[in-house]
Design a protein around this ligand. Sequence first.
Ligand code: SF4
Length: 252
Amino acid sequence: KSAANAIPEMGGARVAEPPLEPTPEFLAELQRESDALENETPQAILKWAVDRFAPKFTMATAFGPEGMTIIHMLAEIAPETPVFNLETGYQFQETLQLRETVLERYGITVEYKYPEQTVEEFEAANHGPVYLTDPNRCCFERKLRVLHQAARGWHAWASAIRRDQSEDRARAPIVGWDKKFQLVKISPLANWTKNDVWSLIMKEKIPYNPLHDQGYPSIGCQPCTRSVLPGEDERSGRWSGFQKTECGLHSS
Ligand code: SF4
């Protein structure tokens, strides 16, 4: 295996040099590490990720309950970990406020990553809001393209996905190669349930988006998020009226 891709023993503090390449050997190593971490706590998984990949380890967050939980853990394990948010220009004020709360509570500055065009420029160039006519393209321009740019230069990032969220996510390894963004993806909460997340939020008084208490289980951009009724699917409030349930960040 290449020296750049070599993985130290768990708990090692070696820093890998770029670029990481998804060689068969490296992917096999990731699989072994993932298997070894399968029964570890999210904190232990994050600690491993920091030891292995920092300072090339980062996290993108939309300030959801799982993301806030990981930020809370990172604040204890490695508060210097860079965290960023895709600021599409369409986020709820309540979501933007969480960034300030994270700074106050944890001293962590979540960096905004912006699309090239402002909302005004984007809508003017497209004769109106693109989310009304083609949300896939809107998400591509305002999220995916920005995320591809933001992912460059990093070796690994933390993902807030849980396996019980969807069929696609059910196959997520703890540690795996993110083909879409070409870096290692670590999912410390893969084995947690929604109940596990909210139990910790309540126990530790982790800040969360107040919209969750107003019928919004899943929160994205304001124009594409509505509250859901009791019994409705959690994500049915996202892109309601369109055949779309994911922005494309996590789908393979
Ligand atoms: Fe555009 Fe809606 Fe996607 Fe946000 S969630 S980027 S407003 S389509």
